[in-house]
Design a protein around this ligand. Sequence first.
Ligand code: ASP
Length: 305
Amino acid sequence: MILVAADIQNSGTVLAWKLMCAENPGLAAIEQGIRLVEANETDWSVGRGGYPNAQGEVELDAGVMDGRNRASGAVAGLHGYLHPVSVAYEVMQRLPHVLLVGAGAAQFAEEVGAEKADLLTDTMRENLIKWQKSVGLNQPSTDLIGAVHRGMDPQHTGGTTVYLAQDSQGDIAVATSTSGWAWKYPGRVGDTPIAGAGFFADNRYGAAACTGRGEMAIRSGLARLTVALMQMGRTVEEAVSEALKDVFYLGDKRGEIHLYAIDTRGNHDVACIGPVRPAGNEHYYFVARDGDPEPGRQYPRHIDE
Ligand code: ASP
């Protein structure tokens, strides 16, 4: 068994690992873990309390994949519901579809009885007002395009919760959830709900998931590429390195990406590209393996161009 998680406040890994140790299926366990992250309103990149778009609406993205047959469900631009990861899981289980967006995703969430929530917290409303002022959006203006460019901060305004697991049965699964890029253009969708870009799992080879600039992960098909490299015989470290090096081709020096991967033999690797983070702002993640009482903190490798 192994659990690897990007969960900045470590809100849900202890529960997910406990459920896995009690021999629950990995996908159900990581869904439960991510629900705790989504409900933690002091985590600014996911669920309630997450970053809103440039006009103040919190639009949530999430995805799941079951490595037994690569069944997948996802939602994008979901507004007004607390647990996008569970809505994504329901899409996988109840619909002949993979991805629902916007109003249709909300309609489905309502139909399956998902929990509603006011997602914009007072703290985030204050941050939004500050941001809108800093980019001139407090003036009567329709220049959202300019504002979104002016407001990009690659190291302080993103974050995705990603959980990868191989459970006691040897089954592999992945789940993701995010409020996406802070102050994004309304309707912008990142990699988090895109199977193959932000997440991918296949029992035969392993799983991968991404955090960071989603546009780069989409343009690279990054999670799929990583698992495909393992399929072609690379170790998990080789696959992560090679997949991230491919992202350099995009030429975006500002973008930061973290790539998480596990293989079928209990190995994992996490590496990142992009500007080196200043001391005190280093990225970290959590890992638990057979015998561990609970997940412990680890740091990713940095890969230079
Ligand atoms: N990957 C997420 C997105 O692009 C955000 C992040 O992880 O920083 O929406």
